[in-house]
Design a protein around this ligand. Structure first.
Ligand SMILES: [Zn+2]
Length: 176
């Protein structure tokens, strides 16, 4: 299988826009040893723009990643649709330029003068992970019923106590 390189050859860019397209799968996240992501199917579209000394990269990351549901531990596919806007700079910032992490809404990526390529792997990984919600649970009623049957009792007694009224308890009794 051909290894995808995820590199943008910033030193060799011609003026104007150059487009790149990569597909990110499960193996990509395995390389980062992230145990949360158990499957992935993500498309990355990057457009590098060179104009004089300016090099900007816009990347659009879309698709879905699969994680474990926090409640039932079943597979949960989460849609990913996020955009990264980068500005590539060379040097270590010792020439008097500001070292702010952002400029015009773009994240600054600092490369040393000898770097010929911008490796997009870490950027794709970071943006994808940052776009995932903190709470990773199935929509109500979509959890694995085999698991939630056991969880149901304790959950009702605990956090969901506010919803419990004498009436709802009666209703539950009659349902069974
Ligand atoms: Zn679930």
């Amino acid at each position: 299988m051909e290894k995808i390189d995820f590199l943008i050859p910033v030193n060799g860019l011609v003026s104007g826009k150059t487009s790149y397209r990569w597909t990110v799968g499960k193996e990509f996240f395995e390389e980062f040893e992230n145990p949360d992501i158990i499957d992935a199917s993500v498309e990355v579209e990057a457009v590098a723009e060179k104009s004089g000394h300016y090099i900007g990269v816009d990347c659009h990351i879309s698709g879905s990643v699969t994680v474990s549901c926090d409640r039932c531990l079943g597979r949960l596919a989460i849609p990913v649709d996020t955009t990264g806007r980068l500005s590539v700079k060379f040097g270590s910032g010792d020439d008097g330029t500001e070292t702010s992490a952002e400029e015009d809404g773009r994240e600054i990526v600092l490369l040393s003068g000898s770097d010929a390529d911008l490796d997009m792997r870490q950027i794709i990984y970071d943006y994808t992970c940052l776009s995932l919600p903190m709470q990773r649970v199935h929509a109500e009623g979509e959890c694995d019923p085999e698991v939630t049957r056991y969880l149901g009792g304790s959950r009702q007694a605990g956090e969901a106590g506010g919803e419990e009224t004498p009436f709802s308890v009666l209703k539950d009794m009659f349902r069974n």
